[in-house]
Design a protein around this ligand. Structure first.
Ligand code: SF4
Length: 287
C-alpha cells in the first residue's frame, strides 16, 4: 500500500502547501484520514481541504460538510469552501440546456473553474502547492489508469487512494468516526449520471419538483428559440428533460415520468397509463 514516505520522494520538496480537494463523499473522508496518518512525512507543510459547493447538493449535505469542517480543524487541516458565481440551477437556466454526456459543462463550471479561481486568489501557485485528489483506479474503467502521482491543472498532484480497494478505503473512513455512505458523494443531487431506476427512486421529492420547474423553463426557452428560427423540429409539447436520453427506456415526459418509470416493476411501465398514477401512488418516498 502506498504511504506518505514513498509519495514524498517523488514530489518537489520545495512545495510547502497542499490542497486536499474534497466533495464530502467516502473518498474525501478516507483521503483526509490518509493525510492525518501520513502527516509526519510532510514535515510542517500546510494542508487545506477545499470543498466546492455546487449549489445542487442533497438536503443534508451542508450538515455533513459542517462535520467535515470540524473534523478538519480538529486535525490541523484548514477547511475552506468556494463556489461558482452561478449554482447548478442558475447555470442550467443560463445555458438553456441540462448538462449531458456531450455537453458536460457542469464539472468545469461548478467545480474546476471555482477551484482554479480560489487557488489563484489565495496564492496557491504551481510552485508552492501540491494537490491531493481522491480518485481510485478501482472506481471505474475511466479511472483504471490512475496512479499515485500526476499533474492536475499544472500542479503536482498526489492520488493517495489510487490503488485502494473499496474495503481498504472503508477502513480509513471507519477510523475517522464517519459512517461509510452507501452511495457516491451527494454534492450534486442528482448527478447527471444518476438515471438508473435505483438512483431515480432516491431523488428527494422537493428536488423532483425543482427539476420539473427547471425542465419547464428550459422547454419553453428551447421551443421559443426553435419557433423563432422556424426550426423543423419545433414542437411546443416537447419536454427538454434532465434525463431524457437514449440511455433511459422511457419517453420524453421529463422527471415526473422518469420517477413513475423508476417506481414501476420490470416490464410493467406503460406510458399511456401515466395519467392513471397519482404522484403519491407513484411513490417518491417508497424506498
Ligand atoms: S457530480 Fe455530476 S452533476 Fe455534479 S458536476 Fe459532477 S458530473 Fe456534473
Amino acid at each position: 500500500m502506498i504511504n506518505g514516505s514513498r509519495i514524498k520522494n517523488y514530489t518537489n520538496n520545495q512545495q510547502m502547501k497542499n490542497i486536499i480537494s474534497i466533495s464530502g463523499g467516502n473518498d474525501s473522508i478516507a483521503m483526509l484520514q490518509w493525510v492525518i496518518e501520513n502527516r509526519d512525512f510532510f514535515n510542517d507543510e500546510e494542508f487545506t481541504a477545499l470543498y466546492c459547493n455546487t449549489g445542487w447538493a442533497i438536503s443534508w449535505w451542508s450538515d455533513r460538510m459542517l462535520k467535515v469542517a470540524k473534523f478538519c480543524e480538529a486535525n490541523n487541516i484548514n477547511y475552506r469552501e468556494t463556489s461558482a458565481k452561478l449554482g447548478f440551477e442558475d447555470l442550467v437556466r443560463k445555458k438553456g440546456i441540462f448538462p449531458n454526456r456531450l455537453q458536460k459543462y457542469c464539472t468545469f463550471e461548478l467545480k474546476v473553474k471555482p477551484q482554479i479561481k480560489w487557488r489563484k486568489e489565495n496564492k496557491f501557485t504551481t510552485r508552492n502547492t501540491c494537490l491531493f485528489i481522491g480518485v481510485r483506479a478501482d472506481e471505474s474503467k475511466a479511472r483504471s489508469n490512475t496512479t499515485s502521482i500526476g499533474v492536475r491543472d499544472g500542479y503536482d498532484a498526489i492520488y493517495p487512494l489510487a490503488y485502494l480497494s473499496d474495503e481498504q478505503r472503508d477502513a480509513y473512513i471507519v477510523r475517522t468516526g464517519f459512517e461509510v455512505l452507501p452511495t457516491r458523494s451527494s454534492e450534486c443531487h442528482p448527478c447527471i449520471y444518476e438515471f438508473s431506476k435505483i438512483k431515480l427512486r432516491r431523488i428527494e421529492p422537493d428536488r423532483v419538483e425543482l427539476i420539473a420547474d427547471l425542465e419547464k423553463d428550459i422547454s419553453d426557452f428551447q421551443n421559443a428559440k426553435r419557433k423563432l428560427r422556424n426550426h423543423p423540429k419545433y414542437n411546443p409539447d416537447e419536454k427538454f428533460g434532465m434525463f431524457n436520453s437514449s440511455n433511459i427506456g422511457t419517453g420524453k415526459g421529463g422527471i415526473r415520468e422518469q420517477i413513475r418509470w423508476a417506481n414501476s416493476s420490470i416490464g410493467s411501465y406503460n406510458i399511456d397509463q401515466v395519467e392513471m398514477f397519482c404522484e403519491e401512488i407513484a411513490g417518491y418516498c417508497g424506498d
